[in-house]
Write a protein that binds this ligand. Structure first.
Ligand SMILES: CC(C)(COP(=O)(O)OP(=O)(O)OC[C@H]1O[C@@H](n2cnc3c(N)ncnc32)[C@H](O)[C@@H]1OP(=O)(O)O)[C@@H](O)C(=O)NCCC(=O)NCCS
Length: 164
């Protein structure tokens, strides 16, 4: 599979139902990795909050009109955002997660944030390579048993200026 057919864009209220449907299609393991707990699914209210996080934004990845991935950036402070990623099980491993991560990092740098953070269960081996594949330079540390991946965004902004 190739991501050439995949389009990413900033999500709007109109995407809430499709993002809910994406979560409903995902496996229990994928949802657990996303939310750090076993969850049977998410509510419409939570789907809306993930699509339109307070003080943040989110991005959908679409293929043939279907939302197959979602990346969410919630404001942590004036300088930092927390990022969450979810890719449909059937589409994982095809470059969508790293593309969402790259878009979120670029969007965060454009909005003036200095860093993004992603909290990951220690046995989740998919996120760090996803961040690296996005061209980012992560720093890691364990906080209360959770792997915290921090990406300083200065270099993202620098790269953009160099390629502008
Ligand atoms: C994490 C996630 C978003 C990655 O999305 P994806 O579309 O599969 O990622 P990509 O296809 O862009 O792959 C990125 C890199 O990660 C690697 N990777 C993916 N899953 C992996 C795994 N289980 N173990 C090791 N490496 C893995 C890929 O091989 C790729 O690196 P490569 O090209 O050098 O081989 C997706 O696996 C997912 O939705 N996981 C469940 C939710 C989650 O863990 N969210 C993060 C916490 S908020």
């Amino acid at each position: 599979m190739t991501t050439a057919l995949v389009r990413t864009r900033v999500a709007t209220e109109d995407d809430v139902a499709a993002v809910l449907a994406l979560h409903e299609r995902c496996s229990a393991q994928t949802l657990e990795q996303r939310f750090h707990a076993a969850v049977p699914g998410i509510s419409l209210r939570l789907a809306r909050r993930l699509v339109l996080p307070p003080g943040g934004w989110s991005i959908v990845a679409e293929q043939c009109g279907q939302v197959v991935g979602h990346g969410c950036a919630g404001r942590l402070s004036d300088t930092g955002v927390e990022v969450g990623l979810l890719v449909d099980d059937a589409f994982q491993g095809s470059g969508i997660g790293s593309r969402l991560m790259r878009d979120l990092a670029q969007g965060a740098a454009e909005r003036g944030f200095g860093s993004l953070v992603c909290e990951v269960e220690p046995d989740n081996e998919s996120v760090l390579p996803t961040v690296r594949k996005a061209g980012l330079d992560p720093q890691t540390r364990y906080v209360d048993g959770v792997l915290e991946i921090v990406v300083p965004l200065g270099r993202v902004a620098d790269c953009d200026q160099q390629t502008a």
